[in-house]
Design a protein around this ligand. Structure first.
Ligand code: PLP
Length: 402
């Protein structure tokens, strides 16, 4: 929850900007660290969710590893304090240059997603004379019951290797002299809310797949279940920290681990979503034929999730909290300034009567927000402002009060 003193300060700041509540980030990561210790789980933060330097520096200082999906993420993670042996590298389309660079960096493991990729990693490792540690990403054929764009573990998806290729996979691994097989990797999707059921099902599949590989003479040292824990977008203040207990407890309880086998999770969204807010202003109130529009100065180039997935984000009028004597509300379509009809923050939202200049908060925007933003329409990238260091905020200079 943003407090009144924050809002009074925001009134002076140039919008849009990303506001990060560092206290909430800290309490979230502390929770993760304590559960990781209790259940003996190794956690790698999924850098793609938010790669802001301050956030990564904090996460690495807490001992979490990094799950990266590009060569640039690997080098950025190194710059932000993650040791090479705490970095894993996933993704279906690693280029030869990215693979070679990661080999030279000495990362903990490649999470390889296809037979051809394994072949290329082996060839590049041989050419460079550097052994490659490889964990194989498996597509377990489990539906995570989440949005189809963030479902990754069914046979329809491009991710991982599915069971029809397992025997060719072990034949290939036996021939790859420069690869050390380290384990198996899974990630069935993101924003999973039915945590206990979905992960129980995943763990059942994982147990039998691990058994199969071990039966083929491939000891599985590490079992990595990826990320996926959902957050409460409807009620960010009610449940600011995601249900890590259920997630960690379920996987630790259901995975049959033999001695020495390590268990890994890769949360992204659940670490950073709730600590981030996109703060924007109402530029114009437009009274339409059938509806009223609030046109904000933040758009889909800043936060693409509503336009891309039809994702819901709670919207609040922050300025209305400074004028509590005006209780009227209105229904608005809240939209952005980008020249696309999908640039809509929320249709039919019930909000306090809003006027030009009002500060609007788009909540739960810390994950897949700033990291997915673009300069579409040649708009500026919104800067970040941190709750524990607001001096860097750019102050508003030009505005016309109606
Ligand atoms: C391989 C892998 N691990 C972890 C994550 C992080 O998932 P989430 O943000 O849902 O925790 C992703 C997200 O796409 C992923 O692809």
């Amino acid at each position: 929850m943003l407090d009144i003193s924050n809002i009074e300060f925001f009134e002076k700041v140039e919008t849009p900007f990303w506001f990060y509540d560092m206290d909430l980030l800290r309490s979230t990561v502390e929770k993760v660290v304590s559960l990781a210790g209790r259940y003996g789980i190794d956690v790698h933060y999924a850098v793609k969710a938010n790669e802001e330097k301050r956030i990564l520096e904090y996460v690495s200082s807490m001992g979490l590893g990094a799950d990266c999906v590009s060569g640039n993420e690997v080098s950025h993670a190194r710059d932000c304090g993650f040791p090479a042996d705490r970095i894993v590298f996933a993704g279906v389309g690693k280029s030869d240059r990215e693979i070679a660079e990661a080999l030279r960096t000495g990362i903990a493991a490649f999470n390889c997603e296809s037979l051809q990729e394994i072949y290329i990693v082996n060839a590049l490792a041989a050419r460079l004379g550097i052994r490659a540690r490889v964990s194989v990403r498996i597509n377990p054929g489990v539906d995570a019951h989440t949005h189809r764009y963030i479902t990754t573990g069914t046979y329809e998806n491009k991710f991982g290797i599915s069971d029809h290729e397992f025997s060719r996979l072990v034949t290939l691994l036996r021939r790859c002299d420069w690869i050390d097989f380290t384990g198996l990797h899974f990630h069935v999707g993101s924003q999973i809310t039915d945590v206990e059921n979905v992960f129980s099902l995943v763990c059942e599949r994982v147990n039998s797949i691990v058994e199969w590989f071990e039966g083929q003479g491939f000891p599985v040292e590490s079992i990595n279940l990826g990320g996926g824990l959902g957050v409460d977008y409807e009620n960010p203040d009610g449940r600011p920290v995601a249900d890590f207990e259920t997630w960690f407890g379920t996987v630790a309880g259901k995975i049959r681990r033999r001695n020495g086998q390590t268990l890994h999770l890769e949360p992204g969204r659940s670490i950073v979503a709730q600590c981030g807010t996109l703060v924007s202003r109402v530029l114009y109130v437009k009274v339409g034929e059938t509806k009223n529009f609030l046109i904000l100065d933040a758009g889909m180039n800043d936060l693409v999730r509503p336009a891309l997935y039809g994702a819901y984000h709670k919207i609040e009028n922050l300025s209305s909290r400074l004028r509590p004597n005006l209780p009227q509300s209105q229904i608005y379509d809240v939209v952005g300034p980008v020249c696309e009809s999908s640039d809509v923050w929320g249709a039919g939202r019930f909000l306090p009567l809003s006027v030009r200049g009002d500060l609007m908060a788009i909540r739960s925007a810390g994950a897949y927000g700033q990291s997915m933003s673009s300069r579409y329409n040649l708009r500026d990238l919104a800067p970040a402002v941190y709750s524990d260091d607001m001096h860097g905020a750019r102050l508003r200079t030009e505005y016309f009060q109606e």
